[in-house]
Design a protein around this ligand. Structure first.
Ligand code: DGT
Ligand code: MG
Length: 392
């Protein structure tokens, strides 16, 4: 009888953008396995399979409690035969044999190590593996020709593969704030990406920059970048107008999701001192809190003799005109699956095209304006989902 009740309880709408997905995940034992299989599919350039695993994981993340029997899956969307096999395996044996076999396979580990290098995508990693290179050390010894991004990626490999903390993100935010304020007073910066969704760590820090007066943001990126560079904050940077044309090695994305904002992929040099300043400036009275003491302790650790007193952090900067700001903010906050689902919903259910620039109504044949994320959700006929609940 309780099982019957469970079946009734577990029901979610089929698009991730129709659901609230917080960071509290009751089904991580399943979603970890499905995410690993998704990651593997993506590294093998099998995007369709990758999305199927990600959609299934997102459905389980949105459930209010842990799945304990296959019956509870009845009526849940996006769970195909393959995903159900993985879930059944975990329910019966505690682990997914497929996920474990993948985790231990030489190819998965080689792909993971090589694509973990900034500037290296699935295709390049595959080519290197076919040349017999299976690790970062082997790549270093191989004498292979590397581009500027990959050289930086190798040079700062360990730092870049260490998660960025919220304190570090805030310290970077202070620096970007100073850069922007000194080259264009009145310009505004917003933290986007995973940190805006409330994640405690990230693989990079994402910022969106705009100015309340349309047009004032033009030419801003080169100025911000040269200020940062002159102050010694940049270990690497590449500014581009259109990420679609340039990111040959990046994850394959349909052209519709591409944008034409000025964008800067960079690697920041964050000193222990800057991190300390950000902590004390932001929370002068917080030193009594156990959590902030713990952070200070961590900082001492990384700063002591024998360690370099700074770390490399991946930072993405995007500049948007104010008229497109709401679309850019929505598009750069993520999660990636949430974004993909928003675009799928817009196209299939509403005959609209959504990008990080605009929303176009294909029936009325006109653009729909929006000054806030709330207005975009309203245009799409969706309940507003705040950033902390977009963790699909
Ligand atoms: P993280 O950094 O791994 O902790 O997690 P996120 O969610 O911050 O992921 P990230 O930094 O790769 O990307 C943040 C969001 O930005 C993501 O939801 C999608 C968006 N985004 C990333 N690259 C592009 C792009 O080339 N074009 C557009 N329109 N959006 C992008
Ligand atoms: Mg990010």
């Amino acid at each position: 009888q309780t099982e019957e009740a469970d079946v009734m309880l577990l029901s979610v709408p089929s698009y991730a953008c129709q659901r609230k997905t917080t960071l509290q995940n009751h089904n991580s034992v399943f979603t970890d396995a499905l995410t690993l299989l998704a990651e593997n599919a993506e590294m093998e350039d099998e995007d369709g399979r990758g999305v199927a695993f990600r959609r299934a994981a997102a459905v389980l993340k949105a459930l209010p409690k842990a799945v304990t029997s296959m019956k509870q899956l009845n009526g849940l969307p996006c769970l195909g035969d393959h995903c159900q096999r993985v879930i059944r395996d975990i329910l019966e044996n505690g682990i997914s044999s497929e996920a474990e076999a993948t985790r231990q396979s030489e190819r998965y580990n080689a792909l993971k190590a090589l694509t973990g290098i900034f500037g290296v995508g699935a295709k390049t990693a595959d080519r290197w593996i076919r040349d017999g290179i299976r690790s970062v050390a082997m790549l270093r010894d191989s004498g292979h020709a590397l581009n500027r991004a990959q050289l930086a990626g190798l040079q700062y490999y360990d730092d870049i593969n260490q998660p960025v903390t919220r304190a570090e993100a805030d310290a970077i935010g202070d620096i970007v704030e100073r850069a922007v304020a000194s080259v264009l007073p009145g310009a505004q910066i917003s933290l986007t990406g995973g940190f805006r969704r409330g994640k405690l760590t990230g693989h990079d820090v994402d910022f969106l920059i705009t100015h309340p007066e349309e047009g004032r943001e033009e030419g801003l990126m080169p100025k911000v970048v040269s200020w940062l560079d002159s102050q010694g904050f940049l270990l690497y940077q590449k500014t581009m107008r259109n990420s679609y044309l340039e990111s040959k090695d990046g994850p394959a994305r349909p052209p519709s999701s591409m944008d034409r904002f000025e964008r800067c992929f960079s690697i920041f040099k964050l000193t222990t001192e800057q991190k300390q300043e950000a902590l004390t400036a932001e929370a002068p009275t917080e030193s009594q809190h156990p959590e902030s003491q713990m952070k200070c302790g961590e900082l001492k650790e990384t700063g002591h003799a024998g360690h370099k007193p700074w770390r490399a952090v991946r930072v993405d900067l995007v500049v948007s005109p104010i008229s497109q700001f709401a679309f850019a903010l929505l598009g750069w906050t993520g999660s990636k699956l949430f974004e993909r689902e928003l675009r799928r919903w817009a196209g299939y259910e509403k005959a609209m095209s959504l990008s990080s620039h605009a929303l176009y109504d294909n029936v009325q044949k006109r653009y729909l304006r929006a000054a806030s994320e709330q207005e975009i959700f309203a245009h799409l006929g969706l309940e507003y989902i705040p950033p902390a609940e977009r963790n699909a």
